[in-house]
Design a protein around this ligand. Structure first.
Ligand SMILES: Nc1nc2c(ncn2[C@@H]2O[C@H](COP(=O)(O)OP(=O)(O)OP(=O)(O)O)[C@@H](O)[C@H]2O)c(=O)[nH]1
Ligand SMILES: [Mg+2]
Length: 209
């Protein structure tokens, strides 16, 4: 028996900013130039050793296209953390990010940890969003911010490690020993499949709509 701590994370942000690419890089260490836009949402997990326990990320990668917007609450509900992604070469995507933060503050779980990822930092020569703007905004909402490149594998590990060690705005440490329901330790044999936190069948049927 080895302790597994589960951490439900959702990714939000405009279509095309690279959410799926970030998850793909993190989980499979792979980058696909021809990746398709996500339909509904997709789910992946990654378990990383931490001392003498395992930390399991349950990752919900949502679809950024506007027609899927109304599905988002199914995925951010019960999440311990949200990674909100924008594209540093698209000012509009930074504006969309702010709308997601507003929605999370109004309808998301209380005390959800927010991490902002400014993706495509390999394209900094055509940058539209200064890092300074992102830092100021992140500070104003008590989030962390990091610039990433799923393409060149820059700061992807750091982004997810950062979530585990982040403190939420009230200063409660959101890592080992926390009382946050989505971070409760679950004692399972290392190979057991823990239950998901909501019915997968709902997702499946919505995905086809
Ligand atoms: N240059 C560069 N391109 C990237 C990077 N990350 C993703 N892309 C490209 O951006 C496009 C969109 O990537 P996706 O990962 O599908 O974006 P998404 O946010 O998941 O989009 P939706 O699923 O529609 O919400 C693809 O062509 C990717 O190859 C990056 O770090 N650098
Ligand atoms: Mg996607």
């Amino acid at each position: 028996m080895m302790a597994i701590r589960e951490l439900k994370v959702c990714l939000l942000g405009d279509t095309g900013v690279g959410k799926s690419s970030i998850v793909c890089r993190f989980v499979q260490d792979h980058f696909d130039h021809n990746i398709s836009p996500t339909i509904g949402a997709s789910f992946m997990t990654k378990t990383v050793p931490c001392g003498n326990e395992l930390h399991k990320f349950l990752i919900w990668d949502t679809a950024g296209q506007e027609r899927f917007h109304s599905l988002a609450p199914m995925y951010y509900r019960g999440s311990a953390a949200a990674v909100i992604v924008y594209d540093i070469t698209k000012q509009d995507s930074f504006h969309t990010l702010k709308k997601w933060v507003k929605e999370l503050k109004e309808h998301g779980p209380e005390n959800i940890v927010m991490a902002i990822a400014g993706n495509k930092c390999d394209l900094s020569d055509i940058r539209e969003v200064p890092l300074k703007d992102a830092k100021e905004y992140a500070e104003s909402i008590g989030a962390v911010v990091v610039e990433t490149s799923a393409k060149n594998a820059i700061n992807i590990e750091e982004l997810f490690q950062g979530i585990r060690h982040m403190r939420h705005p009230l200063g409660t440490k959101m890592s080992v020993g926390t009382r946050h329901p989505s971070l409760q330790p679950t004692l399972l044999p290392a190979r057991a499949q823990p239950l998901l936190q909501f019915p997968a069948s709902t997702t499946q049927s919505r995905r086809r709509t």
